[in-house]
Design a protein around this ligand. Structure first.
Ligand code: FAD
Length: 420
């Protein structure tokens, strides 16, 4: 190693794959820096109610990882941060990181006095806009770090001084500005994960027109005790309990006009969500409309278990269109049963679109030239020398695969430094 080189590892993204990569590398003795765009760590799974197949709450696993971070001085992290530029080469990258202002500093104790004083409300981004929160807010109940944030609109409003004055700890800094941080790292793990496919592009399903057509990620928030209804699964239009719930698989997936690939997790996610409905409504009728069910290796056992429920009907057919019924309250799904070729019109109170996972790299690529596949995923594990893709930035995967992939990327990042 020359004296300009460094052994530090940069991990971009703090979902399960990035968190794992950072913690494993740090526990192997390497200084690691996490850069996360959100105001909290944890990625998409922080928004989930339960994990398939065990149906345990993701926040437990996240909590263990956050404890490992707190106990390890080798890990540093930045939230509201993005990598702006990368130059140099394996063992000796120059990186600049842009830190956006949170307007709340480390003196915040989460007392909530700022939110109490604040009248301005915004759509809650954590709950996909299904409810409102104060514009001075904690990103979610279990957020790590536990620190409030002020929305830009509040900072620019007449209310800002009042909210600042309400903080007993002098934790609000309205003058906070964006900062750029420059550092050297030896290798990079890129783990920026996925985003839900935009359901408003699925015109025949009326996502923007019918409030009771929601997506699978919204369903996770609806079922969660930290969600907009504190865990009650109800119809967004009127707050009533649904009697019939329909899950539409491959909503946009395996479709040349949308996402041509299979995300591999949506079938299991819908089965998991069917258990959420069943837990709250023992008599509800649940349909799962599918092309093929994808439940590989040991996950087949979860499929078998869910299938045993007589009121969960697996219907082989792709829903062509969703309309509102004559009363304007219910939804009618037009679908062909592909086993009999019969056309059906099926009524449902709540429809959940199983939209797939689109890589964040598809519209926010790395600030250094690397190869991508046709869908925008990082094309190979070692993208270029010293830069490694991990988790769903590389290929759609479930959480246990993301943990394995993060561990593998940590090892590769360490080897990349160690072999120099
Ligand atoms: C509806 C649904 C339900 C699911 N349920 C389950 C389940 O029950 N069990 C299971 O095993 N799997 C489930 N999955 C799959 C699971 O979501 C993924 O395996 C997991 O999120 C992968 O983690 P990741 O770290 O690769 O990505 P992510 O969780 O997407 O994390 C990526 C992180 O990178 C950050 N980021 C993005 N861009 C940038 C940037 N430019 N700079 C800095 N940071 C950035 C993001 O903010 C995020 O924190 C489900 C998927 C769906 C669609």
């Amino acid at each position: 190693m020359t004296n300009t080189e460094t052994q530090n590892i940069l991990v971009v993204g703090s979902g399960m794959s990035g968190l794992t990569a950072a913690i494993e590398a740090a526990e192997a003795g390497y200084d690691t820096l996490i850069v996360e765009k959100n105001p909290y760590l944890g990625g998409r799974v922080a928004q989930f109610h339960h994990y398939f197949p065990k149906l345990c709450p993701p926040l437990c696993g996240l909590e263990i990882n956050f404890r490992r971070i707190k106990q390890n001085p080798r890990i540093r992290f930045f939230t509201m941060a993005e990598v702006e530029t990368i130059s140099g080469e394996e063992g000796n990258f120059d990186v600049s990181i842009r830190l956006s202002p949170r307007y709340v500093n480390e003196k915040c104790t989460c007392c909530g006095k700022c939110a109490e004083a604040c009248e301005m409300e915004i759509d809650n981004p954590f709950n996909f806009g299904m409810d409102k929160i104060k514009a001075a807010y904690l990103p979610h109940d279990m957020a790590f770090p536990q620190r409030y944030i002020l929305d830009q609109a509040l900072v620019e409003s007449d209310e800002a001084q009042k909210v600042k004055g309400a903080c007993p700890y002098d934790a609000i800094d309205l003058e906070m500005e964006s900062k750029t941080l420059k550092l050297k790292v030896g290798s990079i793990v890129w783990a920026t994960g996925w985003k839900p496919y935009d359901a408003s592009k699925l015109e025949t399903y009326g996502f923007n027109n019918y409030p009771d057509v929601i997506t699978n990620v919204m369903m996770e928030r609806l079922a969660s005790w930290t969600g907009p209804t504190r865990g009650r699964i109800v119809r967004p239009s009127d707050g009533e309990a649904p009697k019939t719930v329909a899950f539409i698989q491959c909503a946009g997936s395996r479709d040349e006009n949308h996402l041509p690939f299979c995300s591999g997790v949506c079938c299991l996610a819908s089965m998991k969500q069917a258990t959420y409905v069943r837990e709250q409504y023992p008599d509800a009728l649940i349909y799962i409309f599918f092309i093929d069910i994808r439940a590989t290796d040991r996950l087949e056992a979860f499929y078998t278990r869910v299938k045993e429920d007589e009121n969960i009907r697996f219907f082989k057919g792709k829903v062509a269109k969703i309309n509102q019924d004559d009363s304007g309250k219910g939804l009618i799904l037009r679908v062909e049963d592909t086993t009999t070729e019969e056309l059906h019109e099926i009524a449902a109170d709540l429809v959940v679109l199983a939209t797939g996972m689109q890589p964040n790299t598809s519209d926010n690529p790395l600030p250094i030239q690397i190869p991508y596949d046709d869908y925008g995923f990082i094309a190979s594990k070692e993208a270029i020398a010293g830069v490694f893709g991990a988790g769903c930035s590389r290929i759609p995967m479930n959480v246990s695969e993301a943990v394995q992939d993060g561990t593998a990327a940590a090892l590769k990042a360490i080897q990349s430094i160690a072999r120099r």
